[in-house]
Design a binder for this molecule. Structure first.
Ligand code: FES
Length: 297
């Protein structure tokens, strides 16, 4: 596959990955230091709960929209005074406050990226920090220099908005180009009819076992003598769940520690935000068989 110019430029800057790793240690340290509450806050920031959907992309629309309104209001105020200059100031402030929330959720998602994805996420984050700094200076000028430097304040807001569009492009590239935080099971279907995946003796009590059901990787677990099956591909970033750990009715992903219920595929802990598809599994005539569940969890 031919790499895009943006990817080439970012890949050539190896310091981005190094800086990203440093940031990840800091973010991990903050959440880890908070222990139980830290895990809860991290799940909230990822969107694992209560939203059940990635939070960061939903939040970023608010500051971008507010800054766009601010720039339009500023220009209208400058040209014919049809709106008061305070309109732009207010929209800029709304953008900064909500931008802070977007920054926190973005840093949280950034914490579980690696390699080139980490470098792109770091570039995206750095640009957004620069945007926030420009908007903040613009706001300070409005508060403390009044109308004397209003033109400069507006120019900074315009520069910030243009830079934000570039940063937003990188954010979109992360999701749509590199698959960050997308549901890795979005296209998982599996066989409509039961297919054999092994003999009952292949599935020991409490053991995580990966099988292929019509080409779909499925995790089969025997608990209390009963077989249960969910997709083996972690919805967060594709980690192989059978290489993880089984604790009670939860399987813990080996890559970033997402926790899923093996009975119904529900997410018990992030960074994953999407449930695992569930499969029906039965033992018949000395064979274990699997098919896609009639209703997905
Ligand atoms: S791949 Fe990230 S938690 Fe499973």
């Amino acid at each position: 596959m031919t790499e895009s110019a943006v990817d080439r430029v970012i890949r050539a800057r190896s310091w981005l990955e190094a800086l990203g790793t440093l940031l990840q240690r800091m973010v991990g340290g903050v959440y880890g230091g908070l222990r139980g509450p830290g895990r809860f806050l991290k799940d909230v920031a990822h969107g694992t709960r209560p939203l059940g959907h990635p939070l960061h992309p939903a939040l970023t629309d608010v500051p971008l929209g507010a800054w766009f309104v601010a720039v339009v209001a500023d220009i209208v105020a400058l040209l014919d005074h049809a709106v008061p200059t305070q309109a732009g100031d207010l929209a800029l402030t709304v953008g900064l406050v909500t931008g802070l929330a977007a920054l926190i959720t973005g840093l949280t998602d950034h914490h579980e990226t690696y390699g080139h994805e980490l470098a792109v996420a770091t570039a995206h984050g750095l640009l957004m920090v620069l945007v926030m700094a420009l908007m903040f200076v613009s706001l300070l000028l409005r508060w403390f220099a009044g109308l004397d430097l209003h033109g400069l304040a507006v120019a900074l807001a315009v520069a910030g908005l243009l830079l934000a569009l570039g940063a937003a492009y990188l954010g979109g590239h992360l999701s749509f180009g590199l698959g960050t935080m997308v549901n890795r099971n979005a296209f998982t279907e599996g066989p409509e009819e039961y297919v054999p995946v092994g003999a009952p003796g292949d599935f020991a009590e409490g053991q995580l076992r990966a099988v292929s059901a019509g080409g779909v990787p499925v995790l089969v677990v025997r608990r209390n003598g009963r077989l249960q099956a969910i997709s083996d591909t972690c919805s967060h970033a594709g980690g192989p769940l059978h290489e993880g750990e089984l604790r009670g009715d939860e399987v813990i992903c080996p890559w970033h520690g997402s926790r899923f219920c093996v009975r119904d595929g529900s997410v018990r802990g992030g960074p994953a935000t999407f449930a695992q598809p569930v499969f029906e599994v039965r033992e018949r005539a000395g064979t274990v068989e699997v098919r896609r569940a009639r209703t997905l969890a």
